[in-house]
Design a protein around this ligand. Structure first.
Ligand SMILES: Cc1cn([C@H]2C[C@H](O)[C@@H](COP(=O)(O)OP(=O)(O)OP(=O)(O)O)O2)c(=O)[nH]c1=O
Length: 196
């Protein structure tokens, strides 16, 4: 069975490769807004599902479509990707010295059937000074990342004091949980790449 990753995120592509999976990348335009009243814990799955539904009417035979969405939740506030420098700085100021949650929602679509799940990781930031925030924004890539940071970049190495849960979930895909779902539901997706 073929696996389609519907994601432009180079991190997700790298994580899937790291899982030993073979896949192709197909992209569709998706409006990533969500209803204002939606509980933060449900937002990532809601958007991942929207990304998968973009393939609903397509002839993709028996291929499995995988989509995901990652958000940061700080004290019930959902932080997505920052729109610009000021918003990135504000997000990092809020995260400084606090613990937040990173939630990645995943949707699997096959033959019109949709399965969704999510994983949650707690991340604790050390205090960030104004200089450190400026340095990070000027030298790294906060703009394509939820919460304006990448755990895999400078800030993750130097300013994250602890995490509880899956590391890959923070980067963009809960690989252990995904592997378990694929093993149970679609072992063909794993065996087609010769790994099982
Ligand atoms: C918190 C955090 C997020 N991120 C990334 C993961 C996601 O790529 C991004 C959140 O945006 P998403 O909307 O989840 O994904 P995307 O727009 O990059 O890709 P696509 O919608 O095509 O699948 O933030 C990191 O790389 N490191 C981190 O530590």
């Amino acid at each position: 069975m073929g696996l389609i990753l519907a994601s432009k995120s180079p991190r997700r592509q790298e994580l899937l490769r790291g899982m030993g999976l073979e896949f192709e990348v197909m992209l569709r335009e998706v409006d990533e807004t969500y209803p204002p009243g939606l509980a933060p814990a449900e937002v990532a799955v809601y958007i991942a599902e929207k990304k998968a539904r973009a393939f609903h009417n397509e002839a993709i035979e028996d291929k499995l479509v995988l989509t995901a969405d990652t958000i940061v939740v700080l004290e019930q506030e959902v932080l997505g990707k920052p729109a610009g420098r000021d918003e990135a700085a504000r997000m990092l100021e809020k995260l400084s010295g606090k613990k937040h949650e990173v939630i990645t929602g995943v949707a699997l679509l096959i033959k019109g059937e949709l399965i969704t799940f999510s994983d949650k990781t707690a991340v604790r930031f050390a205090r960030l000074s104004a200089e450190e925030i400026c340095f990070y924004i000027d030298n790294y890539q906060p703009f394509d990342k939820a919460g304006a940071y990448g755990i895999q970049e400078w800030i993750g190495y130097n300013k994250i004091s602890g995490i509880e849960g899956s590391y890959t979930n923070v980067v963009g895909l809960p690989t252990e949980k995904l592997y378990s779902y694929l093993s149970g539901l679609y072992p063909q997706a794993l065996s087609s790449s010769g790994r099982m």
